[in-house]
Design a protein around this ligand. Structure first.
Ligand code: A3P
Length: 323
Protein backbone atom coordinates (compact mmCIF):
# COMPACT_ATOMS: atom_id res chain seq x y z
CA UNK A 1 0.00 0.00 0.00
CA UNK A 2 2.84 2.36 0.67
CA UNK A 3 3.67 2.37 -3.04
CA UNK A 4 0.41 4.20 -3.67
CA UNK A 5 -0.45 7.86 -3.15
CA UNK A 6 -3.86 7.67 -1.46
CA UNK A 7 -2.53 8.99 1.87
CA UNK A 8 -0.79 12.00 0.38
CA UNK A 9 -1.90 15.54 1.30
CA UNK A 10 -2.22 18.28 -1.29
CA UNK A 11 0.87 19.95 0.15
CA UNK A 12 2.90 16.77 -0.29
CA UNK A 13 1.48 16.30 -3.80
CA UNK A 14 2.84 19.74 -4.66
CA UNK A 15 6.19 18.84 -3.18
CA UNK A 16 6.26 15.51 -5.06
CA UNK A 17 5.59 17.23 -8.37
CA UNK A 18 8.87 19.15 -7.92
CA UNK A 19 11.01 16.12 -7.02
CA UNK A 20 13.22 13.98 -9.28
CA UNK A 21 11.40 10.74 -10.02
CA UNK A 22 12.23 7.28 -11.31
CA UNK A 23 10.64 3.84 -11.44
CA UNK A 24 11.45 1.00 -9.07
CA UNK A 25 12.12 -2.51 -10.43
CA UNK A 26 8.39 -3.27 -10.47
CA UNK A 27 7.45 -0.09 -12.28
CA UNK A 28 6.16 1.90 -9.28
CA UNK A 29 7.14 5.57 -9.11
CA UNK A 30 9.80 6.61 -6.64
CA UNK A 31 10.61 10.21 -5.69
CA UNK A 32 13.92 11.55 -4.46
CA UNK A 33 13.57 13.74 -1.40
CA UNK A 34 16.83 15.08 0.06
CA UNK A 35 18.89 12.27 -1.44
CA UNK A 36 16.61 9.37 -0.55
CA UNK A 37 14.02 7.48 -2.63
CA UNK A 38 10.44 7.08 -1.42
CA UNK A 39 7.05 5.97 -2.68
CA UNK A 40 4.43 8.74 -2.25
CA UNK A 41 2.76 7.26 0.84
CA UNK A 42 6.14 6.57 2.43
CA UNK A 43 7.27 10.13 1.87
CA UNK A 44 4.06 11.39 3.46
CA UNK A 45 4.68 9.18 6.50
CA UNK A 46 8.32 10.34 6.74
CA UNK A 47 7.20 13.98 6.64
CA UNK A 48 4.64 13.22 9.36
CA UNK A 49 7.34 11.58 11.50
CA UNK A 50 9.50 14.68 11.07
CA UNK A 51 6.61 16.93 11.97
CA UNK A 52 5.14 15.07 14.93
CA UNK A 53 7.54 12.51 16.41
CA UNK A 54 9.46 13.89 19.37
CA UNK A 55 11.48 11.13 21.04
CA UNK A 56 12.12 11.20 24.76
CA UNK A 57 15.56 10.67 26.31
CA UNK A 58 14.66 7.16 27.35
CA UNK A 59 13.38 6.11 23.92
CA UNK A 60 15.35 3.72 21.77
CA UNK A 61 15.19 3.84 17.98
CA UNK A 62 16.29 0.85 15.91
CA UNK A 63 17.24 1.71 12.37
CA UNK A 64 18.04 -0.43 9.35
CA UNK A 65 17.46 -0.90 5.67
CA UNK A 66 14.84 -3.53 4.83
CA UNK A 67 16.46 -6.98 5.07
CA UNK A 68 19.37 -5.60 7.05
CA UNK A 69 18.63 -7.59 10.21
CA UNK A 70 15.67 -5.57 11.52
CA UNK A 71 13.73 -8.51 13.00
CA UNK A 72 16.76 -9.87 14.84
CA UNK A 73 17.70 -6.46 16.23
CA UNK A 74 14.13 -5.86 17.39
CA UNK A 75 14.04 -9.12 19.28
CA UNK A 76 17.52 -8.69 20.79
CA UNK A 77 16.92 -5.14 22.02
CA UNK A 78 13.48 -6.01 23.39
CA UNK A 79 14.92 -9.01 25.22
CA UNK A 80 17.89 -7.06 26.62
CA UNK A 81 15.93 -4.04 27.78
CA UNK A 82 12.99 -5.91 29.30
CA UNK A 83 14.94 -8.86 30.72
CA UNK A 84 14.41 -8.04 34.38
CA UNK A 85 10.61 -8.12 34.00
CA UNK A 86 10.59 -11.71 32.74
CA UNK A 87 13.53 -13.11 34.70
CA UNK A 88 11.31 -15.12 37.00
CA UNK A 89 8.60 -15.86 34.45
CA UNK A 90 10.41 -16.64 31.19
CA UNK A 91 7.42 -18.71 30.05
CA UNK A 92 5.34 -15.56 29.55
CA UNK A 93 8.00 -13.64 27.65
CA UNK A 94 6.26 -11.50 24.98
CA UNK A 95 8.66 -12.75 22.30
CA UNK A 96 7.08 -16.19 22.70
CA UNK A 97 3.61 -14.94 21.86
CA UNK A 98 4.17 -11.92 19.62
CA UNK A 99 6.12 -11.27 16.46
CA UNK A 100 9.09 -8.90 17.04
CA UNK A 101 7.51 -6.42 14.61
CA UNK A 102 4.41 -6.23 16.79
CA UNK A 103 6.52 -5.58 19.88
CA UNK A 104 8.66 -2.88 18.27
CA UNK A 105 6.54 -0.77 15.90
CA UNK A 106 7.87 1.02 12.83
CA UNK A 107 7.53 4.79 13.01
CA UNK A 108 6.73 5.46 9.37
CA UNK A 109 5.24 2.08 8.38
CA UNK A 110 2.90 1.74 11.32
CA UNK A 111 2.69 4.58 13.86
CA UNK A 112 2.72 7.56 11.51
CA UNK A 113 1.28 5.86 8.43
CA UNK A 114 -2.16 7.19 7.44
CA UNK A 115 -1.87 10.50 9.32
CA UNK A 116 -2.47 8.84 12.66
CA UNK A 117 -1.72 10.36 16.02
CA UNK A 118 -0.19 7.39 17.75
CA UNK A 119 -0.85 6.58 21.37
CA UNK A 120 2.46 5.65 22.98
CA UNK A 121 1.05 5.10 26.44
CA UNK A 122 0.33 1.44 25.66
CA UNK A 123 3.94 0.73 24.77
CA UNK A 124 6.14 -0.55 27.61
CA UNK A 125 8.85 1.75 28.90
CA UNK A 126 11.57 2.25 27.76
CA UNK A 127 9.85 2.48 24.43
CA UNK A 128 11.54 0.91 21.45
CA UNK A 129 10.69 2.21 18.00
CA UNK A 130 12.03 1.17 14.65
CA UNK A 131 12.51 2.85 11.32
CA UNK A 132 14.02 2.50 7.87
CA UNK A 133 14.47 6.28 7.60
CA UNK A 134 17.88 7.69 6.67
CA UNK A 135 19.63 9.32 9.67
CA UNK A 136 19.51 12.82 8.23
CA UNK A 137 15.75 12.56 7.79
CA UNK A 138 15.31 11.08 11.27
CA UNK A 139 17.39 13.90 12.77
CA UNK A 140 14.81 16.42 11.58
CA UNK A 141 12.51 14.92 14.20
CA UNK A 142 15.13 14.30 16.90
CA UNK A 143 16.69 17.75 16.87
CA UNK A 144 13.27 19.35 17.32
CA UNK A 145 12.71 17.31 20.45
CA UNK A 146 13.38 19.07 23.75
CA UNK A 147 15.34 16.01 24.86
CA UNK A 148 17.37 14.83 21.93
CA UNK A 149 19.50 12.21 23.64
CA UNK A 150 17.58 9.10 22.63
CA UNK A 151 19.65 6.07 21.67
CA UNK A 152 19.80 4.96 18.05
CA UNK A 153 21.00 1.48 17.05
CA UNK A 154 21.64 0.82 13.38
CA UNK A 155 22.09 -2.65 11.95
CA UNK A 156 23.61 -3.06 8.55
CA UNK A 157 24.17 -6.04 6.29
CA UNK A 158 26.40 -6.46 3.24
CA UNK A 159 24.59 -5.44 0.04
CA UNK A 160 24.86 -8.87 -1.62
CA UNK A 161 23.11 -10.79 1.16
CA UNK A 162 20.65 -7.92 1.75
CA UNK A 163 19.75 -8.00 -1.95
CA UNK A 164 19.29 -11.77 -2.05
CA UNK A 165 17.24 -11.64 1.15
CA UNK A 166 15.10 -8.91 -0.43
CA UNK A 167 14.57 -11.05 -3.50
CA UNK A 168 13.30 -14.01 -1.45
CA UNK A 169 11.16 -11.70 0.68
CA UNK A 170 9.47 -10.36 -2.46
CA UNK A 171 8.84 -13.90 -3.67
CA UNK A 172 7.38 -14.94 -0.33
CA UNK A 173 5.19 -11.84 -0.21
CA UNK A 174 3.82 -12.23 -3.70
CA UNK A 175 3.54 -16.00 -3.42
CA UNK A 176 3.70 -16.32 -7.21
CA UNK A 177 7.41 -16.43 -7.83
CA UNK A 178 8.98 -13.58 -9.72
CA UNK A 179 11.08 -14.47 -12.73
CA UNK A 180 14.69 -13.98 -13.81
CA UNK A 181 13.80 -10.77 -15.63
CA UNK A 182 12.64 -9.26 -12.37
CA UNK A 183 15.75 -10.55 -10.58
CA UNK A 184 17.90 -8.67 -13.06
CA UNK A 185 15.77 -5.54 -12.87
CA UNK A 186 15.99 -5.61 -9.11
CA UNK A 187 19.76 -6.03 -9.35
CA UNK A 188 20.00 -2.98 -11.64
CA UNK A 189 17.86 -0.97 -9.24
CA UNK A 190 20.14 -1.82 -6.30
CA UNK A 191 23.18 -0.86 -8.39
CA UNK A 192 21.64 2.47 -9.33
CA UNK A 193 20.33 3.04 -5.82
CA UNK A 194 16.73 3.47 -6.97
CA UNK A 195 14.90 1.50 -4.34
CA UNK A 196 12.75 2.46 -1.39
CA UNK A 197 14.96 4.15 1.27
CA UNK A 198 17.96 3.83 -1.07
CA UNK A 199 20.61 4.30 -2.23
CA UNK A 200 22.04 1.60 0.03
CA UNK A 201 25.41 3.36 0.44
CA UNK A 202 23.86 6.73 1.39
CA UNK A 203 21.79 5.03 4.08
CA UNK A 204 24.69 3.06 5.53
CA UNK A 205 27.00 6.08 5.40
CA UNK A 206 24.54 8.37 7.18
CA UNK A 207 24.48 6.04 10.22
CA UNK A 208 28.19 5.22 9.98
CA UNK A 209 29.11 8.92 10.11
CA UNK A 210 26.49 9.51 12.80
CA UNK A 211 28.04 6.79 14.95
CA UNK A 212 31.50 8.35 14.60
CA UNK A 213 30.23 11.82 15.47
CA UNK A 214 28.06 10.77 18.39
CA UNK A 215 29.32 7.49 19.86
CA UNK A 216 27.20 7.90 22.97
CA UNK A 217 23.89 7.97 21.13
CA UNK A 218 24.41 6.17 17.81
CA UNK A 219 25.61 2.57 17.66
CA UNK A 220 26.56 0.98 14.34
CA UNK A 221 26.19 -2.80 14.28
CA UNK A 222 26.72 -5.33 11.53
CA UNK A 223 24.61 -8.42 10.96
CA UNK A 224 27.72 -10.42 10.05
CA UNK A 225 29.43 -9.44 13.31
CA UNK A 226 26.45 -10.54 15.40
CA UNK A 227 26.53 -13.91 13.61
CA UNK A 228 30.28 -14.23 14.12
CA UNK A 229 30.58 -13.15 17.76
CA UNK A 230 27.08 -13.02 19.22
CA UNK A 231 28.07 -12.81 22.89
CA UNK A 232 30.46 -9.92 22.35
CA UNK A 233 27.97 -8.01 20.22
CA UNK A 234 24.99 -8.45 22.52
CA UNK A 235 27.08 -7.30 25.48
CA UNK A 236 28.20 -4.28 23.45
CA UNK A 237 24.57 -3.55 22.59
CA UNK A 238 23.46 -3.81 26.23
CA UNK A 239 26.23 -1.51 27.41
CA UNK A 240 25.41 1.09 24.81
CA UNK A 241 21.75 1.04 25.86
CA UNK A 242 22.74 1.50 29.53
CA UNK A 243 21.47 -1.97 30.36
CA UNK A 244 24.83 -3.70 30.89
CA UNK A 245 24.93 -7.32 32.04
CA UNK A 246 26.15 -7.74 35.59
CA UNK A 247 28.89 -10.23 36.38
CA UNK A 248 26.32 -12.55 37.96
CA UNK A 249 24.13 -12.36 34.89
CA UNK A 250 27.06 -13.24 32.68
CA UNK A 251 28.02 -16.15 34.93
CA UNK A 252 24.48 -17.45 35.05
CA UNK A 253 24.20 -17.48 31.26
CA UNK A 254 21.79 -14.58 30.82
CA UNK A 255 23.41 -13.43 27.57
CA UNK A 256 23.24 -16.94 26.12
CA UNK A 257 19.58 -17.20 27.12
CA UNK A 258 18.74 -14.02 25.26
CA UNK A 259 20.59 -15.25 22.19
CA UNK A 260 18.70 -18.52 22.33
CA UNK A 261 15.34 -16.82 22.73
CA UNK A 262 16.07 -14.49 19.79
CA UNK A 263 17.63 -17.11 17.54
CA UNK A 264 16.19 -17.61 14.10
CA UNK A 265 15.54 -21.27 14.90
CA UNK A 266 13.62 -20.50 18.08
CA UNK A 267 11.58 -17.57 16.77
CA UNK A 268 10.71 -19.16 13.43
CA UNK A 269 9.41 -22.32 15.15
CA UNK A 270 7.00 -20.47 17.41
CA UNK A 271 3.33 -20.84 16.53
CA UNK A 272 2.89 -17.04 16.46
CA UNK A 273 5.58 -16.68 13.81
CA UNK A 274 4.52 -19.66 11.70
CA UNK A 275 1.00 -18.44 11.13
CA UNK A 276 -0.84 -15.17 11.19
CA UNK A 277 -0.12 -11.67 10.11
CA UNK A 278 1.75 -8.81 11.76
CA UNK A 279 0.03 -5.48 12.41
CA UNK A 280 1.70 -4.02 9.33
CA UNK A 281 -0.14 -6.60 7.26
CA UNK A 282 2.81 -8.85 6.40
CA UNK A 283 2.67 -12.59 7.14
CA UNK A 284 4.69 -13.31 10.29
CA UNK A 285 6.71 -16.13 8.72
CA UNK A 286 8.24 -14.15 5.84
CA UNK A 287 10.64 -12.34 8.17
CA UNK A 288 12.47 -15.60 8.85
CA UNK A 289 14.43 -17.53 6.27
CA UNK A 290 18.03 -18.79 6.38
CA UNK A 291 19.87 -16.11 8.32
CA UNK A 292 23.25 -17.05 6.87
CA UNK A 293 26.21 -14.98 5.81
CA UNK A 294 27.13 -15.54 2.16
CA UNK A 295 23.87 -16.93 0.77
CA UNK A 296 24.44 -14.53 -2.14
CA UNK A 297 26.88 -17.11 -3.54
CA UNK A 298 23.89 -19.33 -4.37
CA UNK A 299 22.12 -16.63 -6.36
CA UNK A 300 24.41 -13.97 -7.82
CA UNK A 301 26.60 -14.55 -10.86
CA UNK A 302 30.32 -13.77 -10.29
CA UNK A 303 29.83 -10.71 -12.48
CA UNK A 304 26.92 -9.43 -10.38
CA UNK A 305 28.89 -9.97 -7.17
CA UNK A 306 31.88 -8.11 -8.60
CA UNK A 307 29.67 -5.23 -9.74
CA UNK A 308 28.15 -4.87 -6.25
CA UNK A 309 31.61 -5.00 -4.63
CA UNK A 310 33.00 -2.34 -6.95
CA UNK A 311 30.07 0.03 -6.51
CA UNK A 312 30.04 -0.23 -2.73
CA UNK A 313 33.81 0.07 -2.47
CA UNK A 314 33.76 3.16 -4.63
CA UNK A 315 30.89 4.79 -2.74
CA UNK A 316 32.35 4.09 0.70
CA UNK A 317 35.92 5.05 -0.17
CA UNK A 318 37.47 7.37 2.40
CA UNK A 319 34.73 6.76 4.97
CA UNK A 320 36.65 4.17 7.00
CA UNK A 321 33.81 1.69 6.42
CA UNK A 322 34.30 -1.33 4.20
CA UNK A 323 32.73 -4.70 3.54
P1 A3P B 1 17.79 -14.18 4.91
O1 A3P B 1 16.74 -13.85 3.91
O2 A3P B 1 19.18 -14.04 4.36
O3 A3P B 1 17.59 -15.48 5.58
P2 A3P B 1 14.87 -8.07 8.14
O4 A3P B 1 14.63 -8.56 9.51
O5 A3P B 1 15.62 -6.75 8.10
O6 A3P B 1 13.65 -8.08 7.32
O7 A3P B 1 15.90 -9.08 7.48
C1 A3P B 1 15.51 -10.39 7.22
C2 A3P B 1 16.74 -11.29 7.25
O8 A3P B 1 17.12 -11.51 8.61
C3 A3P B 1 16.45 -12.65 6.66
O9 A3P B 1 17.69 -13.07 6.09
C4 A3P B 1 16.07 -13.45 7.89
O10 A3P B 1 16.20 -14.83 7.74
C5 A3P B 1 17.05 -12.90 8.90
N1 A3P B 1 16.57 -13.06 10.28
C6 A3P B 1 15.32 -12.88 10.77
N2 A3P B 1 15.28 -13.16 12.07
C7 A3P B 1 16.52 -13.52 12.44
C8 A3P B 1 17.09 -13.95 13.68
N3 A3P B 1 16.35 -14.05 14.77
N4 A3P B 1 18.40 -14.26 13.68
C9 A3P B 1 19.16 -14.15 12.57
N5 A3P B 1 18.67 -13.76 11.37
C10 A3P B 1 17.36 -13.45 11.30
Amino acid sequence: NYMKDDKVSQETKNLISSLPSDKDFMGYSLYNYKGCWYYPNTLQAVLDVQKHFRPRNTDIILASLPKGGTTWLKSLVFAVVHREKYRKTPQIHPLLSQNPHDLVPFLEIELYASHQTPDFTKLPSPTIFSTHIHLNALREAITKSSSSACKIVYVCRGIKDAFVSGWHYRNMLHRTKMDQATFEKMFDAYCRGTLLYGPYWEHVLSYWKGSLEDKKNVLFMRYEEIIEEPLVQVKRLAEFLNFPFTEEEEKSGSVEEILKLCSLRNLSNLEVNKKGTTRIGVDSNVFFRKGEVGDWKNHLTPHMAKTFDEIVECRLRGSGLSF
